[in-house]
Design a protein around this ligand. Structure first.
Ligand SMILES: N[C@@H](CCC(=O)N[C@@H](CS)C(=O)NCC(=O)O)C(=O)O
Length: 213
């Protein structure tokens, strides 16, 4: 398998964690989101992923986009170890928490949104930071409330799941953007525990071949 991604991309980070968890070998192919006007926009890459976003997973003749669809594909093709908890209720909780981050929060803070704010709407740096602070706060406040009900060692009880696959990259990006995380003690305790897991540690952006200092 080939994973087209970018070291600092949260969606690529999700795919790496899932691949590592399932102990699947893959070749990482870097797509630099900032160089050459954004390599994600080049024609060769857009043939793989017409959205011009990373990640893309290529498995033989099969080309997959959307990190959560990639996680689902891996889960169906390689069911063990599973990224879903044991009961329908807990599986639904894991999917919901994953979607809260991947579908509600991340699209609002994505590179192309930040570029549009700066370059087209010409907001100031302070306004852009206010945008980021606002959406992270909205999302993480609700996430913390949900964790009060359902977290154990990890997001959903003591079972590593797709919710954790999404949490780690989102906290990483929050730290990158200087978000105050002090109001989310349960989330941060889960995050710190997740960082210790070998399949999560190996997926860290700093450990990727295309990482920059
Ligand atoms: N929902 C998509 C999101 C993909 C996405 O937004 N990727 C970002 C990096 S985290 C990207 O490629 N951004 C490039 C850009 O905004 O131009 C997924 O989960 O795969």
């Amino acid at each position: 398998m080939e994973l087209y991604g970018y070291w600092r991309s949260s969606a690529s980070y999700r795919a790496r964690i899932a691949l590592n968890f399932k102990q699947l070998d893959y070749n990482a192919i870097p797509v630099h989101l900032l160089k050459d006007g954004g390599q994600q926009h080049q024609q060769a890459y857009r043939q793989l992923n017409p959205n011009g976003l990373v990640p893309t997973l290529v498995d033989g003749q099969i080309i997959l986009h959307q990190s959560l669809a990639i996680v689902d594909y891996l889960e169906e093709k390689y069911p063990e170890p599973s990224l879903l908890p044991a009961t329908p209720r807990l599986r639904s909780a894991a999917r919901a928490l994953a979607l809260d981050l991947a579908s509600e929060l991340q699209p609002l803070i994505n590179l192309r949104v930040q570029k549009y704010l700066k370059e087209v709407l010409e907001v100031s740096d302070a306004q852009k930071q206010a945008w980021l602070d606002h959406w992270f706060k909205e999302s993480f406040t609700a996430f913390e409330k949900n964790l009060e009900e359902i977290a154990g060692l990890y997001c959903v009880g003591d079972t590593f799941s797709m919710a954790d696959v999404c949490l780690v990259p989102q906290v990483y990006s929050a730290q990158r953007f200087g978000i105050d995380l002090s109001a989310y003690p349960i989330m941060m305790a889960v995050y710190e525990r997740l960082l210790e897991l070998p399949w999560v540690a190996a997926a860290h952006p700093a450990k990727q071949a295309d990482a920059e200092s």
